[in-house]
Design a protein around this ligand. Structure first.
Ligand code: NAD
Ligand code: UDX
Length: 448
């Protein structure tokens, strides 16, 4: 089958499934798109005015297509859609395994396998099954094996179509991608999926490869990006010792056209649901295939990131003039409500373990969910404004690069006298802090 698919189902209505299907539905009005999720509350939120994912531009796209050719359904209600689907995207989580073989490193494919079993049970006719989730290399083999147990007489082609969107810029990344990658061995299936993206993506940006290359390319791309962050973060520590400014070093290094300026912003450490888990998955694959030197190379990227988070938390503890710390930013980056693997989790845990009190503020993160993730510690609370978080604090930790943190009027906040602002993102207005008489420590910049 290489006709343009008419019916698409996506299993998983998360940060990837929701926005990706919304953009496909918007760009392909002739295609019916159904998104299923086991989590009925999440589906209800997708059908409400308060979407479960905060992404600039997302509400506008959803409003345009929801109920027209985009439908969010709880799995129990919508499973019949699988029988009619030409294409089924698997867009569920692939977290790091917490038990069994490979625990702590390997990807947990239980959610993906559950999807494959569901498809095997319900699909009819010929169905293209697309790995949208990030998978270890050769995961498609396992999916094919499960699909082959079908009793419906259905036939399947499995493709890898990893997603490269970044949170906070998801809609722009989906609408104007650097590239779309389709890996597969069945030319008709590849052509069918390509026909969807070709509606709005230039043909030269739609790359086709073998299945295993596509699966590995996604892990490799994230590993390279994370490696850049760990490289500049490693240098940030040397800058603090030597008086070099990491932002200046990054600007100079980045002007080399072979290196490029992006992803060289020193930080308190990368977070998010992808980098660490995908690095660990890559490390596990290397170990599994008897390549300990390669595994150790990528492990260094993870280790520097852990070290950076703890190093920063230690500075905050050392400079605080009282036991009350204001934390600005809980999201793992700006323009998202996502705090999975956020540096803020590590820093808050470290401060709380040291016996300090933390008052946090974030414009988008649900503070009660963040507190629950920390285990509801008594000394952790959430303020609803920057000034409320800062009031009476003996140190400030700026952990996310939200725009509003760049223009804080430091002269009019109520910190304790002598309080120190620890800027883990290099976004704070240094002159305003100095004029207000507070101390300042900036990542990648020598202490005054
Ligand atoms: P997520 O946790 O936000 O969403 C996954 C959804 O799948 C959840 O709502 C969950 O309830 C649902 N689900 C799980 N098992 C199910 C099942 N058997 N049937 C129906 N629904 C089920 O995850 P995400 O951030 O959207 O990531 C999904 C995948 O995409 C991961 O592999 C991730 O690595 C990859 N990815 C994520 C990003 C990102 O920025 N978040 C970017 C690129 C790729
Ligand atoms: C990443 C990849 O960019 C994306 O292609 C992939 O599909 C999913 O994983 P995401 O995790 O959403 O996307 O955000 P990203 O912009 O990559 O940032 C990841 C982390 O690195 C954030 O914590 C961010 O603050 C940090 N970062 C990024 C830096 O510390 N410095 C930088 O220069 C860039």
């Amino acid at each position: 089958m290489n006709a343009r698919p008419q019916k698409i189902v996506c299993i998983g209505a998360g940060y990837v499934g929701g926005p990706t299907m919304a953009v496909i539905a918007a760009r392909c009005p002739d295609v019916q798109v159904t998104v299923l999720d086991l989590n009925a509350a999440r589906i209800a939120a997708w059908n409400s005015e308060s979407l479960p994912v905060f992404e600039p531009g997302l509400p506008e796209v959803v409003r345009q297509v929801r109920g027209r050719n985009l439908h969010f359904l709880a799995q129990a209600q919508g499973v019949a859609a699988l029988a009619e689907a030409d294409v089924v995207f698997i867009s569920v989580q692939t977290p790091t395994k917490t038990s069994g073989a490979g625990a702590g490193k390997a990807s947990d494919l239980q959610y993906v396998e559950a999807c494959a079993r569901l498809i095997a049970e319900h699909a009819r006719g010929h169905t293209i099954v697309v790995e949208k989730s990030t998978m270890p290399v050769r995961a498609a083999e396992r999916i094919q094996q499960i699909l082959s147990t079908t009793q419906t007489g259905g036939t399947f082609a499995v493709l890898s179509n990893p997603e490269f969107l970044a949170e906070g810029t998801a809609i722009r990344d989906l609408e104007q991608p650097d590239r779309v990658l389709i890996g597969g061995e069945d030319p008709a299936a590849v052509a069918a999926l390509k026909s969807i993206y070709a509606t709005w993506v230039a043909p030269e940006k739609i790359l086709t490869t073998g299945l295993w290359s596509a699966e590995l390319s996604k892990l490799a791309a994230n590993a390279f990006l994370a490696q850049r962050v760990s490289s500049i973060n490693a240098l940030s520590a040397l800058c603090e010792k030597t008086g070099a400014e990491v932002a200046e070093v990054a600007a100079v290094v980045g002007t080399d056209s072979r290196i490029g300026p992006k992803f060289l912003q020193a930080s308190v450490g990368f977070g998010g649901s992808c980098f660490q888990k995908d690095l660990l998955s890559l490390i596990y694959l290397c170990e599994h295939h008897g390549l300990p030197e390669v595994a150790a190379y990528w492990q260094g990227v993870v280790d520097i990131n852990e070290w950076q988070k703890h190093r920063f938390a230690k500075v905050v503890q050392q400079v605080a003039v009282s036991g009350r710390i204001a934390v600005l930013g809980l999201a793992f980056k700006k323009d998202t409500n996502d705090f999975r693997e956020s540096a803020a989790l590590a820093v808050c845990r470290s401060l709380l373990q040291a016996g300090l009190e933390v008052v946090a503020y974030d414009p988008r993160v649900d503070g009660s969910r963040f507190a629950a993730e920390l285990g509801h510690p008594a000394r952790f609370s959430v303020a609803s404004t920057v000034s409320a978080a800062l009031a009476g604090a003996g140190a400030v930790a700026v952990l996310t690069e939200w725009e509003e943190f760049k223009s804080i009027a430091w002269a009019s906040v109520q910190l304790l006298p002598g309080a120190v602002i620890c800027d883990g993102r290099n976004v704070v207005d240094r002159a305003a802090v100095q004029q207000a008489g507070y101390g300042l420590r900036v990542i990648g910049s020598a202490a005054p």
